[in-house]
Design a protein around this ligand. Structure first.
Ligand SMILES: Cc1ncc(COP(=O)(O)O)c(C=O)c1O
Length: 452
């Protein structure tokens, strides 16, 4: 029997994280060196390494018997808790009826793109989850490359919007940003909002990393700046280290009642409701408590220490430009200064760069530029700094919080030796590239990257 698959599905590539797994399996079975058995330095996976907060785990166990379907938009307790959470942490006054719960923000973003008419504006570099969705839905879209500071330039946004014929446009704003780790401040958001009002641009503000902002007082939601035109998405995945729970929410703009009816239709059609026990567990995650507050402070603090170390260590490699993260557990490293040397080693694309770093003796996984919606030949990469044992490091940080910069460096060396060694390996790789010592013939052609 031959099955015929719809063309738009064929046009979509395998999710990139699965590609990475396949690549790693093949690579390990192919490499006979002793060192290959140890694994690799993991700068590719974008997953919080910490334990799921205990109150969420307890609530999940307690509610395991709840087998009935839940309300489409989310159980009332959860929408209430999310409303209070938004007021407490983000200073946003959103009534529960503006909140919809879904199985992860990825799905909710997809649902929003399904119902909203208009050309999508995608600033780059970007998290690689957006583009396949836009393409799958056959929406018109335009990239908006950011400039040297890696943030949206309001004038560029205006210029692009003026060229688009659509009555309505949709800007995807990811703040704080994956892959750069950068945060937009209030003024920057206001300037973007001015253009959005003027050009009839709706904003999908993906704020999944909001709670990871190192200096938390600096986080401002676009939902506050442009409440009439912003959909804010957030969830449990990054702040609560619970990506596998698949629980996200969207806050609708003010005065969007007609739209809410359409949205509910889509949710009911596609997944009925999020798992009931998971929704009950999530209530515990969004309730305001000292325990949770402590958890956010500790995890933010650790991300910051790891981020500062990674930033300084990579910046010390001559010629490399690195974004200085304000939030998240990522930064963007620009290796383009090595382009001529890489080309001499027959490494012409970012994909090939990722693969070359993965093979023996480097064993280092990064996310290359083409997975960040950059040009294939752009040698920029996302570096995630979460390759350590989150349970142990969380405890170490509680036991003795590093204060001085020497203590912080010591903390990273002790708690995250693979980050330290992995950065050394990146340095060695580029030294070898410069000295013509990288053999591209060793490199198998396969695909590897990650979506998270
Ligand atoms: C920028 C960004 N948005 C959304 C998501 C997906 O979040 P969720 O697990 O809620 O679907 C991720 C996950 O890596 C992400 O990095």
């Amino acid at each position: 029997m031959k099955f015929i698959v719809d063309q738009q599905v064929q046009d979509i590539e395998m999710p990139e994280n699965l590609k990475l797994n396949t690549f790693l399996q093949e690579f390990h079975s192919d490499c006979s060196s002793q060192e290959c058995s140890f694994g690799y330095y993991g700068f590719a996976f974008g997953q919080s390494p910490f334990p799921v907060p205990k109150p969420i785990q307890d609530a999940l166990i307690k509610n395991a018997s709840k087998g009935a379907y839940a309300a489409i938009s989310g159980i009332p307790e959860l929408r209430n808790a999310i409303s209070k959470y938004n007021r407490h942490y983000f200073g946003m006054d959103v009534t529960p009826d503006r909140i919809y719960v879904g199985p992860g923000t990825k799905e909710l973003l997809f649902n929003l793109l399904e119902i909203l008419h208009g050309t999508v504006i995608l600033p780059t570099p970007a998290w690689l989850g957006y583009l396949p969705q836009i393409r799958f839905l056959k929406k018109n879209y335009h990239m908006l490359p950011t400039r040297a500071n890696k943030k949206i330039a309001p004038n560029d946004l205006r210029r692009l919007a003026l060229r688009l014929q659509d009555r309505q446009k949709i800007l995807i704003l990811n703040n704080p940003n994956n892959p750069t780790g950068l945060l937009y401040d209030r003024l920057e958001l206001e300037e973007i909002a001015d253009v959005c009002r003027e050009q009839n641009i709706i904003v999908l503000s993906d704020e999944i990393y909001a709670q990871t902002t190192y200096d938390f007082a600096k986080f401002v939601s676009m939902g506050k700046i442009y409440p009439e035109g912003t959909f804010v998405t957030n969830g449990l995945s990054k702040s609560h280290a619970a990506g596998g729970y698949r629980l996200g929410y969207v806050v609708f703009p003010q005065h969007a009642n007609d739209l809410k009816i359409q949205f509910k239709k889509i949710l009911a059609t596609e997944y009925t409701a999020v798992s009931t026990p998971i929704q009950h567990a999530a209530v515990a995650g969004f309730e305001i408590s000292e325990d949770l507050d402590e958890y956010f402070k500790v995890t933010r603090g650790i991300h910051q220490v790891m981020g500062e170390y990674t930033y300084h260590a990579l910046s010390a490699i001559e010629g490399i430009k690195v974004t200085k993260p304000d939030a998240t557990f990522y930064l963007l490293a620009d290796f383009n200064v090595f382009a001529p040397d890489l080309q001499k080693a027959k490494i012409y694309t970012s994909q090939k760069l990722s693969e070359s770093l993965m093979v023996h003796p480097y064993h280092t996984a990064i996310v290359g530029g083409d997975s960040l919606v950059l040009e294939r030949t752009d040698f920029s990469a996302r570096i995630a700094y979460v390759d350590y044992d989150g349970v142990r490091v969380y405890q170490n940080y509680l036991d003795s919080k590093p204060k001085s910069s020497a203590e912080k460096t010591e903390f990273v060396k002790k708690s995250a030796p693979k980050i330290v060694a992995g950065i050394e390996m990146i340095k060695r790789f580029f030294e070898d590239v410069r000295n013509d010592a990288v053999k591209s013939s060793q490199i198998k052609t396969s695909s590897m990257m990650t979506t998270s």
